[in-house]
Each structure stands twice: as C-alpha cells, then as structure tokens.
Design a protein around this ligand. Structure first.
Ligand code: COA
Length: 228
C-alpha cells in the first residue's frame, strides 16, 4: 500500500506550497469576493417545478461540526466506494484533515432547510500556477441532472474574473491563472460535465498508459481550465 500513501502525499504536497497564515489571509480575501456572488439563490427545475437553491458561503474556520459532518457524509455517500478502492479504508482520516485546510471557502447548498450539497474552493499554488482549486463539488443524488453543477461551475468562473479584477487582491496575492481539480478517472458523469465546461487534462496530471493491446487508466486526472 506504499504507493497509495505516495499518491496521497503527492497530491497533498501540491496543495500545501504556501505558508499556513498566508493561506488563511488569502482565504479571507477570497471569501469576501465570493460573498458578493450569492445574494440571490440559484433557480433550477425539479419535477417540472422551479425551485430555489440557497448558496451560503462560509470560511472553513466558521464551519460548525454538524456542517462538517454533513459534508463528509455526503462525500462518503457519493464517492466512498471509489475513495476506499483508490486510497484505502482509512481515506476518511485524510479527508477530514484536508477538509480543514486553512483558506478553504465552503459554499453550502440548501433547498429550504434540506442540505443538498456543497462546494469547497481554495486559492493554491498548483504545479507553479496560482489557481482556484475545486476541492469538492458534491450534490445529493435527488438534486442532480438539473443544472446545479453547471451553474456552480459558471459561478466559479465568475469568481476567478472578480478576483482578477480586484486590484487589492491581485496586488497582494497575484492573479488567478485558472481553475483546477482532481477527478477520478472512473467518474464518467463528472468528467463529461468538466470537459463540456472547458476543463482539460493538465500536463502534470497522471495520464493514460498505452500498452501493446490495452490502455491503463490512472486512478485520477488533474484537470485545469485556464483563465480567459
Ligand atoms: C458530478 C456532479 C457534481 C454533477 O452535478 P449535476 O448538478 O448533476 O450536473 P448538471 O446537471 O449541471 O449536468 C450537466 C451535464 O453534465 C453531464 N453529466 C452530469 N452528470 C452526469 C452523469 N452522472 N452521467 C452522464 N453525464 C452527466 C451531462 O451532460 C449533463 O447534462 P444533461 O443532464 O443535460 O445530460 C454530481 O453528479 C455529483 O455531485 N456527483 C457525485 C460527486 C461527484 O462525483 N463530484 C465530482 C467530484 S470531481
């Protein structure tokens, strides 16, 4: 299992190239910009009715234990089997730690009082690029395929635009050069969504290996979408 540990450490090292207090300060600045984007709820069609999804931005430090548990249990429900296969049965310990990364901004999604998903994002140095990293995009099963994921990705594009046109942010931290994320190679639905929104496999991503008569998929791909 050493190689699994190696992958986890490799991914984590890429997401931890800034000193912690710097990450926190940039997270605060990002949070202030994100707050401007969600005055209005998102409207989507469910069962032929328009429903409103409230998006609440919240800094990682202000997440309650209940909210943290809701997020972790949704990751488990949605991708737990794949996490187990790829990272081993102790994946949750690493996930809990990752979900506390300083500078993370969460977007919690509710339909009325029902928790229907979350996004977590953070500005990081990834392979020497300053990017908005999408740590998680998780939607409860009953609320999928109604355009919520697409709308959220559109808003993340807007956030990058807002960050890059904010001189206070860019003078201090530099511009964001794009967005980045990790997707399991077996996650066909998510890959289809990301590719349709302009994401590409990063040059530093693990790649498909072509053997004489078959292809070997890596466990995951790193995707990027460069700034416009
Ligand atoms: C991946 C995920 C975030 C997509 O969110 P969503 O709100 O369902 O996405 P959208 O409704 O905006 O889908 C837009 C398009 O993406 C593609 N797509 C999304 N999910 C798909 C799926 N399961 N199978 C095939 N295509 C899919 C389709 O082309 C879809 O358009 P269509 O519904 O008109 O055919 C959601 O399925 C999810 O939370 N999955 C579990 C967690 C996960 O895998 N997260 C991604 C981790 S990287």
């Amino acid at each position: 299992m050493d190689w699994i540990y190696g992958i986890v450490q490799f991914v984590k090292s890429r997401l931890h190239e800034m000193p912690e207090d710097q990450e926190q300060i940039e997270g605060d600045a990002l949070y202030k910009i994100v707050q401007r984007c969600f005055d209005e709820p998102l409207s989507v069609e469910k069962d032929l009715k328009t429903i409103e999804i409230k998006v609440s931005p919240i800094l990682v430090d202000n997440l309650t234990n209940i909210q943290r548990r809701q997020c972790l249990s949704l990751v488990d429900k949605n991708l737990g089997d794949t996490m187990n296969r790829v990272y081993g049965k102790d994946w949750k310990l690493d996930k809990v730690e990752e979900m506390r990364d300083p500078g993370l901004v969460y977007l919690l999604l509710h339909h009325d009082t029902e928790f229907v998903g979350f996004v977590s994002i953070k500005a990081v140095e990834d392979n020497e690029f300053h990017v908005l990293y999408i740590y998680e995009l998780q939607i409860v099963k009953n609320y999928r395929r109604m355009g919520l994921g697409s709308k959220l990705l559109g808003i993340l594009d807007q956030i990058v635009g807002l960050v890059n046109s904010d001189p206070v942010y860019t003078t201090r931290f530099g511009k964001l050069e794009g967005l980045s994320l990790t997707v399991f190679s077996s996650n066909e639905g998510a890959k289809k969504l990301y590719f349709s929104k302009g994401y590409e496999i990063a040059s530093h991503s693990p790649a498909v290996r072509h053997l004489r008569n078959r292809k070997i998929q890596p466990d995951y791909f790193i995707l990027v979408k460069k700034s416009f």
